[in-house]
Design a protein. Sequence first.
Length: 152
Amino acid sequence: MINDPVLLKLAEDKFWLSIADSDVLLLAKGIAFGRRLDATVEEPDVFPLAVQGPKAETLMTGLFGDGIAALLFRLRHLRLLGTRQVIARSGYSKQGGFEIYLEGGHLGGALWDLVWKQGAGWRSAPVPEPDRTDRRRADVIRQRVHPGEQPA
């Protein structure tokens, strides 16, 4: 296994591949080129934020309403910060959780503040990477990956 990405189908002819640890974008470009596919492979201006853990559903319900709880292995386009954003629930975490795919980096600070405020009182905290223990239990071992460097 090269990676454990999440594939989102936004339209009949548009997909997002949300990568985890390595540069799967380069692999996807190579496959498209090598097979002469009629496809454009590029990195969108999207910034994923994972909301994970035992209170994730409560937090996201507070942000988006009761309908968000029914979202499982699906995505929806929802209003957030006056814009239309992609919200998904991929189920990759045993604890449950959601991903907010923020289009427009200029909204990052406002999104962070909104999520942080909604989680106040629950001892919520930012975690810079997925829980290593959960990944090991799922037999997903992380390669050494550093910014600008490809795994061996």
